[in-house]
Design a protein around this ligand. Structure first.
Ligand code: GLN
Length: 455
């Protein structure tokens, strides 16, 4: 049914870069016969899964949305994909994304944009716009994404779906094509909080292939979500509203839906507390130094020798000529912009002034969160200041995209978990609005409990 749905609508949505119909059907038959033979299978066995193309898989090319990796076939599955397969999930396709996960609209993909299923002339958010659009358009019930500065939560908000960024280290990034290693986190996306929690449970846990992976006994997120829907689970929950996240630019309909969400939380017994986080206003600036710096280093491996594309300039040339011709042709404009910014910020004489200062700001933001979580259990904010904008609307001005991340970036800088869930539509444009909940590190289950209670 999902493959049929893809055949029916994906020409106009463009969520998928590749699908694998034959293998998916074979895998589904295999699950059916194992179930018929009486094998005990997990709750998600046989459920189709869309996989953001940032995660490498053996069955389809893995491009990370870049021309430089066109057609690249991985010799192994990323750990979250391997875990999903082991749980019986069926990987039906790879989804579109901003090149190397750099962007907020999926317009930076080398393979063309994805359209928002709610209104096709709108962006689905990014960088994981393909995964969110696939779920929003009923092409897949579940999807995997990666969130470095909001790339799971922001597209979820813009497409009326649910998306979670787990605690940093909660899910292995082995096989996730790296963007910024101190920020990257793999996570789930679905249409309900419970579905998201079920997928989270499948992919979470320690992996010796990822040195940042936490060895921690995670509680069941699905159990927490079920507790949330059972009612009365919010009594006494203290919900913080950060003044600095209620930005001047918040769209009226987003603000209205957010206030409604707070009223809903309060009606269920939560206590709403205003919180001050004085350094949040510097989060975007710090992020857009740290990210390009780490990305420029991670992307150095695309050297025309080890992975993907190789362009030989006319008349051949030196190693250096081949490398620069390949990178010139293989990387898009946003990727080049960030490599230039990042190498500059890391260069001798500037390192302390830029990367070093940004890291100090990061510490201050972490402290803001720590003192906030002394007063509250969760923090709530709009996931994004606006609903989905029109394709092309931000034009060549990347700052507009960067500023849209102001609400999601703080969680990545602090390594804490965040969840975005739909909170109705904005009356002025009929587009979905997302509510973001954040909790201290390791407290992901708290988000699922609260999210399910007000969903
Ligand atoms: N929009 C942010 C950026 O462009 C987030 C990216 C992400 O989370 N991968 O960096």
């Amino acid at each position: 049914a999902h493959l049929d749905r893809i055949a029916e609508v994906d020409a106009s949505i463009g969520a998928f870069l590749a699908t694998n119909a034959e293998a998916s059907v074979a895998a589904a038959r295999d699950i059916d016969s194992r179930r018929a033979a009486g094998e005990e299978l997990g709750e998600l066995a046989g459920v189709p899964l869309a996989v953001k193309d940032v995660l490498v898989t053996t069955d389809m090319p893995s491009t990370s949305g870049s021309r430089i990796l066109e057609g690249y076939m991985s010799p192994f599955d990323a750990t979250p994909v391997a875990k999903a397969r082991a749980a019986g999930l069926i990987s039906i396709g790879k989804t579109n994304m901003d090149e190397f996960a750099m962007g907020s609209s999926t317009e930076n993909s080398a393979y063309g944009p994805t359209n928002n299923p709610w209104q096709l002339d709108r962006v689905p958010g990014g960088s994981g716009g393909g995964s969110a659009a696939a779920v929003g358009a009923f092409e897949a019930p579940l999807a995997l994404g990666s969130d470095t500065g909001g790339s799971i939560r922001q597209p979820a908000a813009l497409t009326g779906t649910v998306g979670a960024k787990p605690t940093y280290g909660g899910v292995s990034r082995y096989g996730a094509i790296a963007l910024a290693s101190s920020l990257d986190q793999v996570g789930p996306c679905a249409r309900t909080v419970l579905d998201t929690a079920l997928l989270h449970d499948v992919i979470a846990g320690h992996d010796h292939h990822d040195s940042t992976s936490l060895d921690f006994a995670w509680p069941s997120m699905a159990a927490a979500a079920r507790e949330g829907t059972a009612g009365d689970s919010l009594r006494g929950l203290r919900v913080g509203v950060v003044k600095q996240l209620m930005l001047d630019g918040v769209q009226p309909g987003v603000k209205a839906r957010f206030e409604e969400a707070l009223a809903l939380l309060a009606a269920q017994g939560a206590e709403i507390v205003e919180i001050d986080a004085p350094h949040f206003e510097y989060a975007v600036a710090a992020y857009y130094l740290i990210l390009p710096a780490e990305a420029s280093s991670n992307l150095a491996k695309y050297d025309s020798v080890r992975f993907g594309m190789r362009v030989t300039p006319q008349g051949g040339g030196t190693v250096e000529n081949v490398m620069s011709a390949t990178r010139a042709a293989g990387f898009g404009a946003e990727v080049k912009r960030r490599i230039i910014l990042g190498t500059y910020a890391l260069s001798a004489g500037y390192y302390d002034a830029y990367y070093g200062s940004a890291q100090k700001v990061r510490t201050l933001i972490q402290r803001d969160f720590a003192s906030a979580f002394e007063q509250v259990d969760v923090i709530a904010s709009p996931t994004t200041p606006t609903t989905a904008w029109k394709l092309g609307e931000h034009g060549a001005d990347p700052m507009q995209d960067y500023l849209n991340d102001a609400t999601t970036i703080p969680a990545n800088l602090a390594g804490i978990p965040g969840l975005s869930l739909p909170m109705g539509i904005a009356p002025e444009d009929g587009l979905p609005v997302g509510l973001q909940l954040m909790a201290p590190a390791f407290e992901d289950a708290r988000l699922y409990r609260a999210g399910a209670a007000i969903e």
